[in-house]
Design a protein around this ligand. Structure first.
Ligand SMILES: N[C@@H](CCC[C@H](N)C(=O)O)C(=O)O
Length: 284
């Protein structure tokens, strides 16, 4: 099987994008294809696979598969790259349009240069979900998880849990370079208190306008950036009174910066770059 692909990244969080407006893929092979394409030795090498497809509730649809073949519900960096792809290939011909994910329908705005290339994308990511059972996280239903003690290995962390359509658990640390990413990240991802697994983020609050951020992603491990994670981080910092709702926050990720604003109407806006790396044919 020959599959046309485009590899793109948002701040180093890189996926293989397949355009299902112009190609077909069998549903039963999607998970296996994500694993194959992501392998850097026998595939292309990536954090996973993203499908761009016609949708019922929006102009465009997007599905995300992690490196391990599991399907995620949402992907912030993937949304910005999808927006760039559909604008530059003419699938949409307006600078504002909607994208449907498995989690929700979001609104995208592209900033375009004189060569008609998308330079920056802003997404209205919708509202965060804070109810424990909707993260989902075990414990007393109807409560929120804000700065909650969380024993893991021999340590007690204080965690805040946020869903951006996908689950995130955010821990504040004093120094980002000392975040226990490789030691606790994989344990938190699979902790039984998160029945669907979780994306684990560590943040260092620099000021009420600036955070450092590192992530261990569910299904992919350490990545250079996570858009939904950056949104969750700003929500967590706000709930812990470290930043102010309605103010823009610069999130410094390993692969670059995102600007995140949790607006007074509860919607979270994310602005950042999206880049095309290569395109070609994958022989599956
Ligand atoms: N990198 C993404 C999130 C991808 C999905 C995630 N690993 C999950 O399983 O929930 C982003 O930019 O948001």
């Amino acid at each position: 099987m020959k599959i046309p692909f485009t590899k793109m990244h948002g701040l180093g969080n890189n996926y293989i994008y397949i355009d299902l407006f112009h190609t077909d893929l069998p549903e039963e092979r999607l998970s296996e294809l994500a694993v194959k394409m992501s392998n850097p030795n026998t595939g292309i090498g990536s954090d996973g696979m993203i499908l761009i497809h016609p949708a019922e509730k929006a102009e465009v649809g997007m599905r995300i598969f992690n490196k391990d073949g599991s399907e995620g519900m949402n992907c912030g960096n993937g949304l910005r790259c999808t927006a760039k792809y559909v604008y530059e290939t003419g699938i949409v011909n307006t600078k504002e349009f909607s994208i449907q994910t498995k989690a929700n329908v979001v609104h995208a705005i592209v900033k375009v240069n004189r060569d008609k290339e998308v330079e920056e994308v802003t997404i209205d990511m919708g509202e965060p979900i804070l109810q424990r059972e909707q993260i989902p996280m075990l414990g007393e239903a109807g409560t929120k998880v804000i700065n909650e003690p969380f024993q893991i290995a021999d340590e007690i962390l204080h965690v805040t849990a946020v869903s951006m359509g996908n689950p995130h658990v955010v821990t504040m640390v004093d120094a980002i370079d000392e975040a226990p990413l490789t030691t606790l990240g994989p344990i938190m991802e699979k902790d039984e208190r998160f029945p669907e697994g979780v994306n684990a983020e560590f943040i260092e609050v620099v000021s009420d306008e600036e955070l450092h951020f590192r992530v261990w992603e569910r299904g992919s491990g350490i990545t250079e950036a996570c858009g939904t994670g950056a949104c969750a981080a700003v929500v967590a910092a706000t709930l812990n009174n470290k930043v102010t709702k309605g103010k823009k926050v610069i999130v410094h990720l390993a692969g670059g910066d995102l600007v995140i604003e949790w607006k007074e109407d509860d919607h979270i806006w994310m602005t950042g770059g999206a880049e095309t790396i290569a395109s070609g044919i994958f022989y599956a």
